[in-house]
Design a protein around this ligand. Sequence first.
Ligand SMILES: [Zn+2]
Length: 306
Amino acid sequence: MIRNFLFHRVNPERDRLWDPMDVSLFDKCIKYISQNYKVVLLEDLAFSDKLHTRHQYATIMFDDGYKDNIEYAAPILDKYKCKASFYVVTESIDNNVPTWTHILEHLFKFTGKSEIIMDFDFLPAELQIKHLLNVEDRIRYVNKLKPYLKKISHERRNEILKRIAETYNDVTLPELMMNWKDLKELRNAGHYIGSHTVTHSMLGTMSDEKEIMEELVRSGSRIKEELDYFPVSISYPVGSFNETTKRLAKEAGYKLGLAVKQNIYNPKRDDFYEISRIELYNESWWKTKLRILNTLENIKSLIRYK
Ligand SMILES: [Zn+2]
């Protein structure tokens, strides 16, 4: 059994829209995980015979490729002698721009326009808003808009994002991402760099197979150009995938497809292209510990099968 723990940002600074994990909580997590499980790289373990021993394994994974991963998380990984995998969005790394979810939040939070008018006719009625007068309203709104955008098709989402970016173009985007030098440093320290696509597109919502293939192949090739290997692992952005995604990931040359399912991964039973990961957030330690132990999921499944 393997517990794959998924992190995003680790930072001492708080953010109201998408709060990074606090550095002290991250330290507690890695300390606890390294004391209670055998921490490995999934990319090493998945294809070795060691998998069949009785160890309780854990892996540590980061999605997106944030600068604070190397600034704050890597020293703590070193402290507890743990290696981790970092799944990067290659266009974000190339241009130091955040992923679209982050850009969206940022535009709404920081636009200097006195009034936001979201009356785009292609939005559902409850999301067509004429007046968002202050930052509180805007934050509330974007928190409703984001889940909607995650449900719709890739094409529609891109159209909406484009319109929003054109309308609220007065915002300077934050420079949050690692660069290739950072990634080489992580790789040289024994960590693994895998793919998280080119543009953070939700692969399971895309219909054009050529476009999906492009996200898969071009990100892997970009990593190969910089780090000299085509990664064995692809982390599906926003945990979005379907049967087509899995088939194409395999065709593109990946051996492991990473989802987010808040569950323990059983390599003997579960699909290599649908690997569960347990995401950890900036919460209290007792809640985080329940997630690490998977207690909440166990309770939920007990209730479900009662
Ligand atoms: Zn992501």
